[in-house]
Design a protein around this ligand. Sequence first.
Ligand SMILES: Nc1ncnc2c1ncn2[C@@H]1O[C@H](COP(=O)(O)OP(=O)(O)O)[C@@H](O)[C@H]1O
Ligand SMILES: [Mg+2]
Length: 477
Amino acid sequence: MEAIGRNHSFETALADLVDNSIDAGATHVLIRFVRGRGRLCSLYVVDNGRGIAPDRIDEAMTVGGRRAYGEADLGWFGLGLKAASFSQARELTVLSRAAGAVAVGRRWRLGEAKTHFLCDIVPESFAAQELDQDRGVPDSGSGTIVRWDEVGGFPATRDKDQVERFISRKVTAAGDHLGLVFHRLIESGRVSITFDVHEAGTAGPTSPIAVEPINPFGYLRPGATGFPKDLRATVDGQTLTFRCHIWPPRSTARQFKLNGRPAEYQGMYFYRRDRLLQPGGWEGVHAPHAKLQLARVEVEIDGDVEALLRMNPEKSRVQVRPEFGQACEAARAEDGTGFSDYFHLAEQVYQAGNKRRSTRKPMVPPGRGFTPGLRSTIEAEIESLRVDPVDLRWREFDDDQFFDIDRDERTIWLNKRYRKMLLGDRHGGLNDLPLIKTMIYLLMEDVFQGEYLGSRDKDNIELWKSLLTTAVRAERR
Ligand SMILES: Nc1ncnc2c1ncn2[C@@H]1O[C@H](COP(=O)(O)OP(=O)(O)O)[C@@H](O)[C@H]1O
Ligand SMILES: [Mg+2]
């Protein structure tokens, strides 16, 4: 019991519990941090799945208690629940109700399991009371609660700020992991996963945070034409498909960066039953290299490719057998493309992207008034000059000029009297009207580059003022 699940992190352990909820047909999974008098004391994973029938609960609590698995089930080892839980907590309680059945509950305590290998039976009334609580998970007439207590990684402090910071860090990290691992299932609407925080003993409403899907292949346009491309290999009569993608260069999308540097996320993405097992890694087919950071390959390992691949019990890694490398070597697309062609092309696209960047003229960085997404795109596309950024802001004007330049303040001022008209029904804010602001920024940026304004710059400003003011007046009419 002490040893199982050693390779789990908080995130992978949660993912294993979510696997069980998905196998049980749950449409909603709530992950709840529970605070007792300020201190973080337990974690609940609540679902509205099929639940566990009274005559199945003991088997479910058994380490290695495998059942018969369906075609699409994520479960496999009969281990997940226990391994995931004891990797994080010293106490595991499972409360469940199958449709039309009485509520059941069991509790494992790590300390006791050493002396007698038995778990406690939770009274039905307690199980029922817990299951009947409204936590915002849509009622399906059945469901399961997995509860962890004495969680090793939880902070001991009661300090409100520290606890809040801890929770927010965990929610972000775990949310990113679950969003990636289950992105297909979330995108297709099969399941929604939320986090919330609850103060024990209160009934107050909480504001849940939904896990957003993160599709590691979610680019707008591929980095090369003809991609993604399917490379196929047949081994022992089984076909293995490698869907080879090339990301557009220098993307700042969250799906590309994932949790760190994109170079770490090149390689194979293995999916089993629409669940991502492994985000990247070349598995010996190629050495990881910065130049290959645009190359990601989608591999489905459903069906009978198990002769080539195995997953680890934590379901966070795929272990390949020697035949796998041979399959990659032999894999071809219909047009004859093989892995070495693919690597070559991915490298070229990466290098061409870098070259384009270095021949572009550096620009004054955008400051306040721009949405963060826009700022990071500009940063990714163009080198920034080492000068103070330019802000784009609204203020009252005495006249009806559309904009004005203030080089000392490093600000482009927009005339407030047009703001409402341009916004239409939308709400204004610091970062409103990104399209207009970006266009003005592109037009004016070089006016902020030098020490002095040349006469040509001055004249240009007058010209643009005159044209744009006429245009915005016409638009108002
Ligand atoms: N959230 C849940 N809803 C319904 N049944 C569950 C849930 N979690 C676990 N179970 C039951 O407990 C069993 C053991 O789970 P687990 O240890 O993760 O092994 P596996 O998923 O590999 O079978 C599952 O097969 C399932 O029958
Ligand atoms: Mg499982």
